[in-house]
Design a protein around this ligand. Structure first.
Ligand SMILES: C[S@@+](CC[C@H](N)C(=O)[O-])C[C@H]1O[C@@H](n2cnc3c(N)ncnc32)[C@H](O)[C@@H]1O
Length: 467
C-alpha cells in the first residue's frame, strides 16, 4: 500500500508567491443556474485555491459530476474546462455557461414566444383547467380549500387519464377531459409539443405556466442550433425558480393536507405565490443573465455521459479532475427528473408505486428509466470509486474529490462510504493524499485510520490525490 505524505501548507505557498492565484474571486464567474442540492457555489474559493496549486492557466481541468455547473463556470475563467454529467440537463446548462451564444436578442425571442400561435393554441386547449384552477385558488382564499386540495391531488392529465378519472369529482373530471381532448389534437400534430402540460401541469406548475413552458420549448426547437443550449438553459433556470414545491426541487409535489386529512393552513398562499409567476418574465430575466456571461474564449466542452466513459475520452494533457459524486442513497435523478424530461421531450413512461393499496402512477410522476447512480448504492459504490481512482491515476492527472463528512442525525441518510473507506481505496492508486477544509487553508494529513473526520464539524472537505 502506498504511504501517504503530507504536502506543504497551501497558505504559506500562496504567501511566498510560489503560486500566483489565477482562479480569483471574480463574481462574474459565480453563477447560480438552478436551485440545486449540493451546489458547490459556497466553496468555490477553496476549490480555486487547490486547483491553482495543481495546475496553471489554460491547463485542461475536468468537472466530472458537473450538476448545476457552478464549478465548471468558476474554473472556466482561466482553465480549459471539460464538464461531464450523466444528465442531459446538466450538459445543457454547462454548455450555456461555458460558451453562451452571443447571437440571442432576449426581448425579441420572449416576445415571439408570448405572441406565438403555439401559445395561443395551448392556452385555448387548457381554457377549462386554467379556469378551474384559478377558481379553486380563489375559493381557498375565501375559506373553502377543498376544491384546491382535490385539484392539487388529482388535477393532472397524466394521472386522471391513467385512472379513468375515478378519483375526480364531476366538475374536475369535465374540465380535465375537455382540455385533454383538445391537447391530444395538438400533440397528435406534433409529438412532444405538450410535454410540460401533459406531464407536469397542475402538479408542479399552474396550467397557464406549463402552456408558456411548452410554447418556449417549441420556439427553442425551431431556433438556430447554436442558440438552443443557451435558450434551454435559461428556461431550466426559470422553471427551477417557479416550481411550486417546498425547496424548489422536483421530488415531492405539494401535499395539500395534513396526515389527518385536514387542509394545511396557508396552502392557498403558497400555491398562489408560485403559480402566479410569469414564466415568460423569468425566462427573459434568466436569458439576459446567460447572454451577459463573460466567456474566456478557451475551447471548453460539455459532455453528457457516464463518468467512467468520460474518463476514457479525456485528453492526455488533462491536469486535474475535480469530482463531486453523490454520497447518499438519494439519486439526483429523482430531484431533477422534470428538467431532464424538458430537455429530452421523449414522452417517458412514468413509474408506478403502491399508494393506498393500489398501484398508481408515482405522485411525483418520475421517469421510469431515471438514472440510478452506483455512487448511491452501498454494494456498488466501492467499485465505482475504484474505477474513478484507477482511471484518473492512469491518466496522470491529480484528483480533487469533494466529500462532506456527516454526523448522522434523525431523518438524514448516512454517507454510502466513509472517508476512511474512501482514502483506503485511494491509497491503492495515489502516492500522496491530503484533505483541505474551507476556511482553514491547511492540509490535514490522512496518515492514520484513527483520524476520523466523521465526528468533526467540517461542512465539506476536499480530498486531494496526487501521483
Ligand atoms: C453532488 S452533484 C454535483 C453538484 C455540482 N458540483 C454542482 O456544484 O452543482 C452529483 C452529480 O453527479 C451526477 N452523477 C451521478 N452518477 C453519475 C455517473 N455515473 N456518471 C456521471 N454523473 C453522475 C448527478 O447527475 C449529479 O448531477
Amino acid at each position: 500500500m502506498n504511504q501517504i505524505t503530507p504536502s506543504g501548507d497551501l497558505n504559506s505557498l500562496i504567501k511566498n508567491e510560489q503560486i500566483i492565484p489565477s482562479l480569483t474571486n471574480d463574481k462574474k464567474y459565480f453563477f447560480r443556474s438552478l436551485n440545486y442540492l449540493g451546489s458547490k457555489l459556497r466553496m468555490l474559493d477553496t476549490i480555486g485555491e487547490v486547483i491553482d496549486e495543481l495546475s496553471v492557466p489554460d491547463d485542461v481541468v475536468v468537472d466530472l459530476f458537473a450538476g448545476s455547473g457552478s464549478v465548471s463556470r468558476f474554473l472556466s475563467q482561466s482553465r480549459t474546462v471539460i464538464s461531464a454529467d450523466i444528465q442531459e440537463y446538466s450538459r445543457v446548462i454547462c454548455s450555456a455557461i461555458l460558451t453562451p451564444s452571443n447571437s440571442i436578442q432576449p426581448e425579441e425571442i420572449v416576445e415571439r414566444c408570448r405572441s406565438s400561435s403555439m401559445y395561443a393554441a395551448l392556452t385555448a386547449s387548457c381554457a377549462e383547467v386554467i379556469q378551474y384552477e384559478e377558481e379553486a385558488i380563489s375559493r381557498a382564499f375565501q375559506g373553502l380549500p377543498l376544491q384546491l386540495c382535490e385539484f392539487l391531488e388529482e388535477g393532472s392529465f397524466m394521472k386522471s387519464a391513467d385512472e379513468n378519472y375515478r378519483n375526480c369529482t364531476g366538475l374536475l373530471e369535465r374540465a380535465l377531459k375537455t382540455s385533454y381532448q383538445k391537447l391530444m389534437g395538438l400533440e397528435g400534430r406534433r409529438e412532444g409539443s405538450c410535454t410540460a402540460t401533459l406531464y407536469y401541469g397542475g402538479i408542479y406548475f399552474s396550467f397557464k405556466q406549463t402552456a408558456a413552458i411548452d410554447a418556449i420549448l417549441y420556439e427553442i426547437e425551431n431556433s438556430d442550433v447554436r442558440d438552443r443550449d443557451t435558450l434551454l438553459a435559461a428556461l431550466l433556470s426559470a422553471v427551477s425558480s417557479a416550481v411550486n414545491t417546498i425547496g424548489k426541487q422536483f421530488a415531492q409535489p405539494i401535499q395539500p393536507r395534513m396526515a389527518n386529512g385536514q387542509p394545511k393552513k396557508g396552502i392557498a398562499a403558497k400555491v398562489k405565490k408560485d403559480r402566479e409567476i410569469d414564466i415568460f418574465e423569468v425566462f427573459f430575466e434568466n436569458l439576459q443573465r446567460y447572454v451577459e456571461l463573460n466567456c474566456s474564449g478557451l475551447p471548453h466542452q460539455a459532455l453528457c455521459m457516464d463518468y467512467s466513459e468520460a474518463l476514457d475520452q479525456l485528453p492526455k494533457d488533462t491536469r486535474v479532475v475535480y469530482a463531486d459524486p453523490p454520497y447518499t442513497r438519494d439519486h439526483y435523478s429523482r430531484f431533477y427528473h422534470v428538467l431532464e424530461t424538458l430537455c429530452l421531450r421523449d414522452s417517458p413512461t412514468v413509474s408506478r408505486t403502491k399508494i393506498g393499496g393500489s398501484l398508481r402512477l408515482s405522485r411525483g410522476l418520475y421517469r421510469e428509466q431515471r438514472h440510478q447512480s452506483p455512487f448511491c448504492i452501498r454494494s456498488q459504490a466501492p467499485q465505482a470509486f475504484t474505477t474513478l481512482f484507477d482511471k484518473v491515476s492512469k491518466l496522470g492527472a491529480s484528483l480533487v474529490l469533494s466529500y462532506s463528512p456527516h454526523i448522522v442525525r434523525e431523518g438524514e441518510h448516512p454517507r454510502v462510504m466513509t472517508i476512511e473507506d474512501l482514502t483506503a481505496l485511494a491509497r491503492n492508486h495515489f502516492q500522496e493524499i491530503y484533505t483541505v477544509c474551507p476556511g482553514e487553508f491547511k492540509h490535514n494529513k490522512l496518515n492514520s485510520r484513527k483520524n476520523s473526520f466523521e465526528q468533526k464539524p467540517h461542512g465539506e472537505i476536499l480530498i486531494v490525490c496526487k501521483n
